[in-house]
Design a protein around this ligand. Structure first.
Ligand SMILES: [Ca+2]
Ligand SMILES: [Ca+2]
Ligand SMILES: [Ca+2]
Ligand SMILES: [Ca+2]
Length: 708
């Protein structure tokens, strides 16, 4: 047992150690306290070492310049990109003047530089180079042109002949894994600046199995790994045996919580979690207990019921929220997670409580966790992008009955509770309102973020904003979908007909006013069962505002008028209707659909030199896998992190030994500022893969009406 003196000498972990003492005492009479590991000096009895100093963040001047070239552009009429020119693109900053003009130069194999553009480029932040010689090294250089013609160098990029052989850039995955006999599949990824140099890095979750929505024992532990975009492996965190693998269990968020310009990483941890410096979370005696249930299919401890085998689920043991430095994967601090409840009671009493509070006692409804970020004191300045306050860490538990949302602030390297929202303190209408993810945006336009927890919205101060009563659903989008309507809008579809039809706003798929939670439009009125997918995007340039449609497949509708626009949809592999994710990929004024490693357009694309002008590319042709999470086929990540405003896609390779980064090769005569500088977009990309992956959306209107 830890002495009082030691607790006082380890102030940062006082709370954790106190909790660990209680746990250790409680588990002494458990049948699951076998010792499986002794981490030695990495154990809980270690003396706290001060963390090494972090670098100081540099001025953010990186244009994320990129060159995309498809050597197989015409190799397949359906699946190849059909564009044989190279695309060179770079970021337009939030602070660039509206009329900024660019020049672009090229040098082949170190030869004399040639200016590529005749007139300064004022309508794009890209250049399509149809004259590229992919056999040589091409160095591109971009300048801005002042009113007097004076140029300022902005960025340069050397595109080698070797790079020109592949449509993607490859990151080879680290092969030093805990169990080399297992395949650690490339799962969700997030982007953030880990070292403060202005260039983004990747943090990738690697799963040895997907334990979500299925019971049963699985071997292996979930990894979080960091890589530079050039493929350099940085560090690995092992979540350990007590964090089950799968989308319900392993949400993580990468964001700069303390404003030092370097991102931190937050996730749920437990005994056995091993940080990048080798430090392991243990019990107070320096041991890692394995809390996984060995009971095969015996169900809940109280009900005896289960939808799956409960083997491998974790009903006991400590749960924390750890926050780590993205720079080196070292833990900054940890705090107890939202508790299961009644942890000091008997198994039967606990299980009875869980069934009453969470909705079951077999670890399905209780073990739903999301983790994210929200600017509760004020969003970054829209004109400069400069933050006016630091964001909070948002942690949640529960979906289908009671649920809790806690806001925590990272201050002086400690996590402090700001507020806690618990549905037991609210009207029963608030129960079971969550989606398989939450979304963050300034819903009511007061300059501070709200938490959109599915069909319920929590104000920035942790109080009720509104609750539609629509209930649970799988898809949830918030952004600017109606050009001339004030504020933001929400599009969502729902699973429970008894809630959306009878308690909620009456439709299976809805357009909702974000500020008030009132209905704007809907389709699927009445009892229509589980409508699992929907999407919203401007895909039809002839129709005002965004369109939305759902897996009900009753038509494509206008967000603004609610009227049916068409009975056809963008279609993907096998001709299936696409409603998985919307993506900016082409140079058109509208948006494309992404699903199963395929980008498809609703309208025929004029830029592709192939017969199929609706399927813009299928990345499987280039060796990528189809994506993650079974039929959802989610990419590891998509969003604008390179070059111009179009969105990049990160997929695992077919053999799961690499990540492939794809960036568009489509020309464009449009330009938008780096999308992550829009707060709504930034929140949507940062939390796209907590729970079930959701798409990205801008907080200002971008559609055919504005992209002229
Ligand atoms: Ca960086
Ligand atoms: Ca930071
Ligand atoms: Ca607000
Ligand atoms: Ca981009």
């Amino acid at each position: 047992m830890v002495t009082i003196k030691r607790i006082l000498s380890m102030r940062k972990y006082t709370n954790y150690l106190y909790a660990a003492c209680i746990m250790a005492g409680m588990l002494a009479c458990s049948d699951n306290d076998e010792l499986i590991d002794n981490p030695g000096e990495g154990g809980g009895a270690q003396t706290e070492q001060p963390l090494p100093e972090l670098p100081t963040a540099q001025d953010y001047k990186d244009r994320a310049m990129w060159v995309s070239y498809d050597a197989k552009a015409k190799s397949d009429a359906h699946n190849a990109s059909g564009i044989s020119a190279a695309l060179i693109s770079w970021r337009m900053f939030l602070t660039d003047p509206d009329n900024i003009a660019f020049n672009i130069y090229k040098s082949e194999d170190g030869g004399a530089e040639v200016k590529l553009n005749e007139q300064p480029i004022t309508n794009a932040s890209c250049w399509s180079d149809a004259t590229i010689n992919p056999q040589v090294s091409n160095r591109y250089r971009v300048t801005s042109v002042g009113a007097n013609g004076a140029e300022e160098e902005l960025c340069e990029y050397t595109f080698t002949a070797e790079m020109a052989q592949k449509f993607y850039r490859e990151i080879k995955l680290n092969t030093n894994v805990p169990d080399p006999s297992l395949l650690y599949k490339a799962d969700d990824a997030q982007l953030g600046d880990l070292d403060g140099d202005g260039q983004l890095e990747i943090v990738l979750k690697r799963e040895p199995y997907d334990g979500a929505n299925q019971g049963g024992w699985h071997n292996g532990t979930t990894l979080l790994e960091a890589y530079r975009l050039d493929g350099t492996f940085l560090w690995q965190i092992d979540l350990g045996v007590n964090i089950r693998s799968g989308s319900h269990y392993t949400s993580f968020v990468l964001y700069d919580f303390d404003g030092d310009g370097l991102c931190e990483l937050a996730f749920r941890s437990s005994e056995g979690t091993k940080f990048a410096d080798g430090k392991v979370i243990t019990d107070a005696n320096g041991h890692v207990n394995d809390y996984r249930t060995r009971e095969q299919g015996t169900g809940g401890w109280y009900s005896g019921a289960s939808i799956n085998s409960i083997a491998g689920l974790i009903f006991e043991g400590p749960e924390y929220i750890s926050i780590c430095r993205g720079f080196d994967g070292r833990e900054i601090t940890r705090t107890p997670n939202i508790p299961r409840g009644e942890e000091d009671k008997s198994k039967l009493e606990r299980a009875q409580y869980w069934a009453t509070y969470w909705g079951d006692d077999y670890g399905n409804r209780m073990d739903r966790f999301f983790i994210g970020v929200a600017y509760l004191d004020g969003v970054p300045d829209a004109a400069t992008g400069i933050r006016t306050s630091n964001p909070s860490l948002i942690i949640t538990r529960g979906v289908y009955k009671n649920w809790q949302v806690w806001a925590l602030d990272l201050k002086n390297n400690q996590l402090e509770v700001r507020w806690k929202f618990d549905t037991v303190e609210h009207d029963p209408k608030w129960l079971a309102m969550c989606s398989h993810a939450f979304r963050v945006a300034d819903l009511d336009g007061d300059g501070k973020d709200e938490i959109l927890y599915g069909s319920a919205a929590i104000d920035h101060d942790g109080k009720e904003l509104w609750c539609t009563g629509n209930g649970h659903g799988d898809c949830l989008y918030v952004g600017k979908f109606i050009k001339d309507r004030p504020g933001l809008q929400i599009v969502a579809c729902f699973e429970e007909e008894n809630t959306y039809a009878l308690q909620g706003l009456g439709y299976a798929c809805q357009v909702i006013d974000a500020a008030t939670g009132t209905l704007i439009a809907g389709h699927g009125q009445g009892l229509n069962g589980d409508v699992g997918r929907c999407i919203v995007a401007d895909v039809d340039p002839e129709n005002k505002d965004f369109e939305y449609w759902s897996s009900l497949q009753s038509g494509m509708y206008s967000c603004g008028t609610g009227a049916k626009v068409d009975n056809k949809y963008p279609t993907g592999i096998g001709g299936g209707v696409m409603y998985n994710a919307a993506i900016y990929w082409s140079g058109q004024s509208t948006r494309e659909m992404y699903d199963r490693a395929c980008v498809a357009s609703y309208t025929a694309n004029p830029d592709v030199e192939k017969s199929n002008k609706n399927r813009l590319v299928y990345f499987g042709l280039y060796g990528a896998n189809d994506g993650n999470h079974s039929t959802k086929y989610n990419p590891c990540y998509y969003g604008d992190f390179l070059g111009d405003y179009r969105e990049e896609i990160i997929l695992g390779s077919a053999d799961n030994q690499s990540l492939y980064i794809f960036s568009t090769n489509h020309p464009s005569t449009h330009r938008l500022r780096h999308l992550m500088t829009d707060h709504t977009y930034d929140m949507s990309q940062a939390m796209q893969n907590i729970g079930y992956n959701q798409g990205t959306n801008l907080g200002y209107y971008v559609g055919a009406e504005t992209m002229k």
